[in-house]
Design a binder for this molecule. Structure first.
Ligand SMILES: Nc1ncnc2c1ncn2[C@@H]1O[C@H](COP(=O)(O)OP(=O)(O)OP(=O)(O)O)[C@@H](O)[C@H]1O
Ligand SMILES: [Mg+2]
Length: 373
C-alpha cells in the first residue's frame, strides 16, 4: 500500500470516528437544561456567535468551513456577511439553524447564543427537538430560490395560513385569512386576494420571493436570515426586493442576517458588516467602518471589485488568485499569496483579530507591528 493510500485510510478512519462521536452527542435523549441555557454577553444582541467552529469530516480530510468566528447580531439591526464563494457564509447561517448537512458536517466548538425573547439558549448545544421549535418560528429563513422552499401543490394562501395558524391557534379561519392577506399586502403585493389563491408556479420569481418573505414574517420572528435573497432574480427585481427588505426592517424591528457576495447590496442595507475569508473573519465593523475606512487588503479588494453604476470600466477588477484548498490551509495568513501588500511578518502565525476602534476589528499583520501605513 502506498504512503498516500495509507494516509487517506487513516484520515477516513479518524474522521468517521469523529462523526460518530458528534452524532452520538446529538442523539442523547436526556440533556440537562443547564447545558444549553445561558446568558447574553450583551442583552442588546439577539445572536452572539462565540468562537464558532463548524467542520466537515470528509474522507479526504477535514474542511474547517467555519474556523473560530465571533460576531454579534444586535436587536433590530442588519448584519451583512460578505466574502467570496466558499468562504463559509452559508455554513455560518446553517450552523445557526442547526441545518449543517450531516453527518459529515458538525459544529465542533463554540457557542451560538440566541435570545428568543423569553430565554437565552446556546443553539450549538440545543437538543434538535427544541431547535425545531425555533426554526421558522423565532428564526425565519429566506432562501435564494423560493420555489424550493414552497410546496408546489398548495396555494400561497394556504401555506401562509398554516404558518399563522400554527403560531396563533386561537384565531379562527376568517381571521387567519385576513392576516395572510395583510402579510401579502405588507410585502408590496398589489393584488393580495388573487395571489392568495395562486399556486407558487403561477407567480414570477420576484412575486414568489415576496410571498416567501410574507410567509417567513408571518410568525413574527426575532431574526431573519436571508442567504443571497436576490441572486436568482433579475436586476430590477433585485432592487425592488432590497427596497422591500429595507422598508420591512423599519416596520418590524426584526434583526436581519444578510448573506451575500455583493458588497453593493450590503452597503445599502447593513448596519454592521462581517467580512469572511476561508472560514475566518478577517474584518468586521459598522458599515461606515468597512466602506469608508476598509483596512484589510482583502476588504479593499472586494470593494474595488464591486461594480458601480455609471462608472465605465474596461474590465471588472477581481482579486487575483484563489482561496486556498480548504483541506490544506497554510500555517500563516490565508490571504498572503493573494495580497498586494505582504509584509515580513505575514509568513508567521495567522494574525489575531486586532481592535482598531470600539467597533472596528481587523486580522492583518499590517496593523500589528508590520508595515504601517
Ligand atoms: N457538505 C459539505 N461537505 C464538505 N464541504 C462542504 C460542504 N458544504 C460546504 N462545504 C465547504 O465549506 C466551505 C464553506 O462553504 P459555504 O457554503 O459556507 O460557502 P459560502 O461562503 O456560502 O459560498 P457561496 O457564496 O458560494 O454560497 C467551502 O469550502 C465548502 O466547500
Ligand atoms: Mg452560500
Amino acid at each position: 500500500m502506498s504512503q498516500k493510500t495509507k494516509e487517506l485510510r487513516e484520515i477516513a478512519k479518524y474522521n468517521s470516528q469523529q462523526v460518530k462521536y458528534y452524532e452520538k452527542q446529538k442523539k442523547r435523549q436526556k440533556v440537562d437544561a443547564s447545558e444549553y441555557l445561558t446568558q447574553m454577553r450583551n442583552p442588546d444582541n439577539v445572536v452572539e456567535f462565540d468562537n464558532l467552529n463548524t467542520y466537515f469530516f470528509t474522507d479526504i480530510g477535514t474542511v474547517h468551513a467555519v474556523d473560530g468566528c465571533s460576531f454579534d447580531i444586535p436587536k433590530g439591526k442588519t448584519v451583512g456577511v460578505v466574502g467570496e464563494s466558499g468562504c463559509g457564509k452559508s455554513v455560518t447561517s446553517l450552523s445557526l439553524m442547526r441545518l449543517v448537512s450531516g453527518p459529515t458536517g458538525q459544529i465542533v466548538d463554540g457557542a451560538i447564543r440566541f435570545d428568543d425573547g423569553e430565554r437565552v439558549v446556546d443553539i450549538a448545544k440545543l437538543p434538535i427537538k427544541q431547535m425545531q421549535q425555533l426554526r421558522g418560528n423565532k428564526i425565519a429563513m429566506i432562501f435564494q430560490e423560493p420555489m424550493t422552499s414552497m410546496n408546489p401543490v398548495f396555494t400561497i394562501g394556504r401555506q401562509i395560513d398554516e404558518v399563522i395558524k400554527l403560531h396563533n391557534p386561537e384565531m379562527d379561519k376568517k381571521a387567519v385569512k385576513t392576516r395572510s392577506i395583510e402579510m401579502l399586502e405588507m410585502v408590496g403585493i398589489a393584488r393580495p386576494e388573487g395571489i392568495y389563491d395562486s399556486y407558487p408556479h403561477q407567480l414570477s420569481g420576484g412575486m414568489r420571493q415576496r410571498a416567501m418573505i410574507a410567509m417567513s414574517l408571518s410568525c413574527d420572528p426575532q431574526l431573519i436570515i436571508a442567504d443571497e435573497p436576490t441572486t436568482a432574480l433579475d436586476v430590477t427585481i433585485q432592487a425592488q426586493i432590497l427596497d422591500l427588505l429595507r422598508d420591512l426592517k423599519d416596520k418590524i424591528n426584526t434583526s436581519i442576517m444578510l448573506i451575500t457576495h455583493d458588497l453593493g447590496v450590503v452597503a445599502e442595507m447593513a448596519d454592521y458588516v462581517v467580512v469572511m475569508y476561508a472560514g475566518r473573519i478577517i474584518e468586521k465593523g459598522t458599515a461606515i467602518d468597512i466602506y469608508e475606512n476598509p483596512k484589510h487588503p482583502y476588504t479593499i479588494g472586494l470593494i474595488a471589485s464591486r461594480p458601480v453604476l455609471g462608472k465605465e470600466v474596461d474590465r471588472l477588477y477581481s482579486i487575483p488568485g484563489n482561496v486556498p484548498n480548504p483541506i490544506d490551509m497554510p500555517d500563516c495568513c490565508y490571504f498572503r499569496d493573494r495580497c498586494d501588500r505582504p509584509c515580513e511578518t505575514c509568513g508567521g502565525e495567522y494574525p489575531d483579530l486586532i481592535q482598531l476602534s470600539d467597533t472596528h476589528f481587523v486580522a492583518c499583520h499590517l496593523y500589528n507591528g508590520g508595515e504601517q501605513e
